[in-house]
Write a new protein. Structure first.
Ligand SMILES: [Zn+2]
Length: 134
């Protein structure tokens, strides 16, 4: 899987992570999804309701509103973004939630290392996606 992101979206996510650090920042990603490629066209940043440094939760009302808006714009749900004040690998909690979000892509930014990584659960296995910033 290739995850394509615009530079301005990456900057927005990094700014948000910096602003709320060490709390985990979070966002929803929408765009165009095909079998092997996801192109992010809309980033919906949302507050972390838990204000936690190890987990995140987005208000379900905001999730519903973002999905409705994306639907009206003809955009697909691509996945979730969150930051870690730690390395950009899925935590045990993330792995648990990844199972609930099907084939959604999980974009993780290490707010301490500045590294961005993406993962997807595929056939029960966590696979790293290739990120292309353009
Ligand atoms: Zn996490």
């Amino acid at each position: 899987m290739i995850l394509r992101l615009h530079r301005q979206h990456v900057d927005l996510l990094k700014q948000e992570a910096k602003k709320v650090h060490p709390v985990e920042a979070c966002a929803m990603l929408f765009g165009k999804l095909s079998q092997n490629e996801a192109v992010v066209e809309k980033v919906e940043v949302a507050p972390n309701e838990l204000q936690s440094t190890v987990r995140f939760e987005i208000d379900p009302v905001k999730v519903a509103a973002a999905f409705t808006d994306a639907d009206e714009k003809g955009l697909d749900f691509i996945g979730l973004f969150h930051s870690h004040p730690a390395p950009a690998a899925p935590s045990a909690i993330d792995l648990k939630y990844m199972k609930l979000w099907g084939d959604a892509l999980w974009l993780i930014l290490s707010s301490t290392e500045g590294i961005l990584s993406a993962y997807q659960l595929s056939d029960g296995t966590v696979k790293e996606a290739t990120i292309r910033i353009e």
